[in-house]
Design a protein around this ligand. Structure first.
Ligand SMILES: Cc1cc2nc3c(=O)[nH]c(=O)nc-3n(C[C@H](O)[C@H](O)[C@H](O)COP(=O)(O)OP(=O)(O)OC[C@H]3O[C@@H](n4cnc5c(N)ncnc54)[C@H](O)[C@@H]3O)c2cc1C
Length: 460
């Protein structure tokens, strides 16, 4: 066979199932080509675009050290290249959820190659489970996380490392051409950095994970999301490490494993119900009359809602491409409940900005907050952004780290500054709607409105 190996979001040289496949099947391969399709991120934030390019460049450099030069083309040119190279087969990662555009996902890519008479071989690369192997006794996907977790946790086992020699791959691979205008000289290997950071987390912060997972004033989380999104690390490598260290600290390791299984749960659901990417998972909410208030949406995006915890979180996202999970819950509830804006708007904004964007986790995260998802937060348990702020940023460190204006202001004023307008003006010279916005909605009023909207659908 003439095999093209599509290197999309599997940007790692170690633990790479695509390379393992080649070594296992090398006797069947007559010609081998590595192909790296570049994603179009023109509508993504600069921070996200830069990170993607850094990862790709680092990976191409790492391959080059092993004497492997892939063809580098845009997605649009893949079919043309398949014809030029007379490919009979392509090897494609079939479980990637972090692609930037839907047309880069497996079903679309598979169809595109098949239209060019190329046979597609799908391979697991970035998730642990094969979706159908996680099903319940009725051969249906679990729709409640706890049941999924209980049923599948026991199947996490140590995966033996399968070695491959790059010199074997380089010997049989044809050299490719860089058809992009990216310059690939001297770039940092982010795979190495990712493995180093992960090791540091295991030697340090995981010890606080279970207790402090929701504390946004300190960062005790792993930052693993972005490494998994670009395939810099394999989830099986992560699980191996977690199982190896497990006995030393069961509570924290189990807490972490539970979160990683969340990612698998949403992945399985997304493969079975792809329509949930744009439609409410719960059918009864599909005709909900959401708000499409652009002024409110802009204020949310820019971090100008008058609720400091929301504003600081959005500023952090815009500045760094990252947001802590508790803050993702707070800002998504604020958008879909307090502002009653269609969750797909928020989902799309996160897609453009989150470096660790993952379609399955993001869509289901948003639908959890909007109460339209499976196993979602009940609509009557709406977050109060002020209480959330007091509870999870009690000393105000996070808010102060993003909103300069509040740096010298005592903490008790900053969770709900609109309430202390006159004191803030008199003592700290903060003028509302000039230096900082008045809150754009009243929490109690919006809560009443939202409850009525949801109740009117649930009464039938
Ligand atoms: C509205 C909303 C949108 C989200 N969008 C994304 C997204 O686009 N990409 C993404 O990877 N996660 C998303 N999440 C889940 C979660 O917020 C992130 O996985 C986490 O914050 C990433 O940071 P970390 O790696 O430091 O997390 P850690 O706390 O260190 O967790 C380790 C890993 O566990 C997994 N994980 C943890 N929490 C969740 C969760 N609730 N759902 C699914 N997987 C989880 C992730 O793979 C994460 O990297 C979203 C959550 C919400 C509420």
């Amino acid at each position: 066979m003439h095999l093209g190996v599509i290197l999309n979001r599997v940007f790692r040289t170690k633990y790479n199932p695509l390379f393992q496949y080649i070594v296992k099947h090398q006797n069947e391969i007559d010609k081998l080509y590595f192909i790296l399709p570049l994603e179009d991120l023109t509508d993504a934030s600069e921070v996200k675009r830069d990170y993607y390019h850094k990862v790709v460049k680092g990976f191409v450099n790492a391959l080059d050290k092993h004497d492997i030069q892939p063809h580098i083309v845009t997605y649009e040119k893949l079919g043309e290249l398949a014809e030029t190279l007379a490919l009979s087969h392509v090897l494609v990662a079939k479980d990637i959820m972090s692609y930037h555009k839907e047309i880069y996902d497996y079903p679309h890519v598979k169809k595109a190659f098949e239209n060019h008479q190329v046979t597609v071989i799908g391979q697991r690369v970035n998730h642990y489970f094969e979706p159908t192997k996680t099903f319940n006794k009725q051969q249906q996907p679990y729709k409640v996380f706890t049941s999924f977790y209980k049923a599948n946790r026991k199947d996490l086992v140590h995966t033996p490392k399968k070695n491959y020699q790059f010199k074997h791959l380089a010997q049989i691979a044809e050299k490719g051409l860089n058809q992009s205008d990216l310059n690939f000289k001297n770039n940092k290997d982010l795979e190495q950095l990712a493995r180093k950071r992960w090791g540091e987390f295991l030697n340090g912060d995981i010890a606080h994970y279970d207790k402090l997972i929701d504390d946004v004033s300190q960062d005790f989380v792993s930052g693993l999301g972005k490494y998994l999104a670009y395939g810099l690390l394999d989830i099986r490598e992560i699980i191996n490490d977690l199982l190896e260290g497990y006995d030393s600290d069961e509570t924290n390791y189990e807490g972490f494993i539970r979160e990683v299984i969340f990612r698998e749960f949403y992945y399985v659901l997304m493969t079975q119900y792809p329509e949930a990417a744009t439609k409410s998972f719960s059918e009864k909410y599909r005709n909900m009359k959401w708000s499409y208030n652009k002024a409110h949406f802009e204020a949310w995006k820019k971090g100008q809602t008058g609720y400091p915890i929301v504003d600081a979180a959005m500023k952090k996202l815009n500045r760094t491409g990252y947001m802590h999970n508790r803050l993702r819950m707070i800002v998504s509830q604020f958008l879909t409940k307090n502002l009653f804006i269609d969750w797909t708007w928020g989902e799309n904004y996160f897609r453009q900005n989150l470096i660790d964007y993952d379609n399955a986790s993001n869509v289901h995260g948003w639908q959890w907050s909007a109460s339209t998802g499976t196993d979602a937060v009940p609509y009557f348990r709406m977050f109060n952004p002020i209480r959330q702020s007091e509870k999870f940023d009690s000393n105000g460190y996070f808010i102060k780290s993003e909103i300069e204006l509040f740096k010298e202001v005592p903490t008790h004023f900053i969770h709900n500054p609109t309430l202390y307008r006159s004191e803030l003006y008199e003592k700290y010279n903060i003028e509302f709607d000039k230096d900082y916005p008045n809150s754009i909605v009243n929490h109690n009023e919006s809560r009443k409105y939202v409850l009525e909207k949801f109740k009117s659908i649930n009464k039938y």
